[in-house]
Design a protein around this ligand. Structure first.
Ligand SMILES: Nc1ncnc2c1ncn2[C@@H]1O[C@H](COP(=O)(O)OP(=O)(O)OP(=O)(O)O)[C@@H](O)[C@H]1O
Length: 354
């Protein structure tokens, strides 16, 4: 069941339309990541949902409340939306104790002291910081400060959590740990959350579903694995991981099979054909060997290694396949420059992209 519904959301700044007719739905208890390059409109979309930005068009419903409907003239102010927020500059106040930081929002809401105490204790317990209630932020590690911000964002029991790059101030190791902690916590609390990031690892690990934005529009949407394995756009296949783009000169149907013709005349069978002549295949989906392996009955090419890029646990090989360059990911140090190799492009991993 859909808990958040955003319909035809549009926002312009001056002449620039930064969010163009975005439609999205978030189910109860689901974490959706809005992912995309800098400036693609993720934060603006989130701020519209929070009520911090007034859209120029569209409708936003959270639970059974219409938060905004520009045509109807409905616009609920942010403080009445019951939405928790956690932003990049997580801004916990240095002059307040951990307890006071978490209690602040509840006081603003004029909750009764006994209820405040109960909810702050519970929030700190959930993030594992009950013992640090009386400490000041400067005496906490970066990860602990992050958890204070997190406790603060859900202390008031919001119906929806909005997070904008909450991990981006952390160093890589801490970030890797916190993204797993955060995912587990969101699941444990059963919170519905929208998470903005430009970091694909954050999005892949945290999100039940990701929405990839580009130029104010949605380019791809789906479960992280589906979007990764079956992107429908060149942008999607290149933004998430790396890819090879193959331009066929022709795509035809031959006895029930879709086949693409390379400019050099070689034919490749295609598993996920669409309307486009362009197809993507990820470097790790191409098999590489010194010989043609058993079972490689179609889509076998020969190539010469032109470049290697050693990454420790694996290596990327640039191969020249009769005028077409393909990048293949394989075990580290398996091959060297000048090696003549066999490549297998499984049809199911050739994906039509626009
Ligand atoms: N208050 C504002 N006034 C004018 N332009 C704005 C304003 N806020 C955002 N923009 C512009 O809108 C576009 C989208 O910005 P937004 O912050 O939504 O992108 P983003 O995808 O979240 O990027 P980032 O990851 O860098 O935060 C950008 O071109 C930005 O410069």
């Amino acid at each position: 069941m859909s808990f958040v519904t955003v319909k035809n959301l549009r926002k312009t700044f001056g002449q620039e339309t930064v969010v163009c007719d975005i439609n999205l739905e978030v189910a109860v208890g689901e974490t959706v990541a809005l992912l995309g390059p800098s400036g693609c409109g993720k934060t603006t979309t989130l701020r519209c949902i929070a009520g911090l930005e007034q859209p120029d068009g569209g409708r936003i419903v959270v639970g059974d409340r219409v938060m905004c409907d520009i045509e109807e003239g409905t616009l609920i102010p942010p403080e009445q939306r019951n939405i928790g927020m956690m932003f990049q500059s997580y801004a916990i106040w240095p002059h307040m104790t951990v307890y006071e930081n978490v209690a602040y929002g509840l006081r603003v809401k004029r909750m009764k002291p006994a209820q405040i105490s109960e909810q702050v204790d519970e929030s700190l317990r959930i993030v594992g910081l009950q013992h640090a209630a009386k400490r000041y932020p400067s005496t906490l590690s970066g990860g602990q400060q992050q958890r204070v911000a997190l406790a603060r964002s859900f202390a008031a029991g919001p119906s929806l959590l909005l997070m904008d790059e909450p991990l981006s101030n952390l160093d890589l190791k801490l970030r890797e740990r916190m993204r797993v902690e955060l995912r587990d916590l969101l699941k444990q609390l059963g919170k519905t959350a929208i998470y903005v990031t430009h970091d694909q690892a954050d999005a892949m690990i945290l999100a039940d579903r990701l929405i990839l934005m580009n130029g104010g529009q949605i380019a791809e949407a789906g479960a992280p694995r589906d979007v990764y394995d079956h992107p429908t756009t060149i942008f999607g296949s290149e933004f998430l991981g790396s890819t090879n783009i193959i331009d066929f000169s022709d795509v035809v149907n031959e006895s029930g099979q879709t086949v693409g013709r390379l400019p050099n005349g070689v034919l490749l069978r295609i598993g996920n054909a669409g309307t486009s002549l362009r197809h993507a295949i990820r470097p790790e989906r191409i098999a590489l060997s010194r010989q043609c392996e058993p079972g490689w009955d179609v889509n076998v090419l020969r190539g010469v290694v032109r470049k290697t890029m050693f990454l420790g646990n694996l290596t990327y090989y640039d191969l020249d396949c009769n005028g077409m360059t393909l990048v293949v990911q394989a075990q580290a140090d398996s091959f060297g420059v000048g090696d003549e190799l066999w490549l297998h492009l499984p049809p199911q991993w050739l994906q039509s992209v626009i």
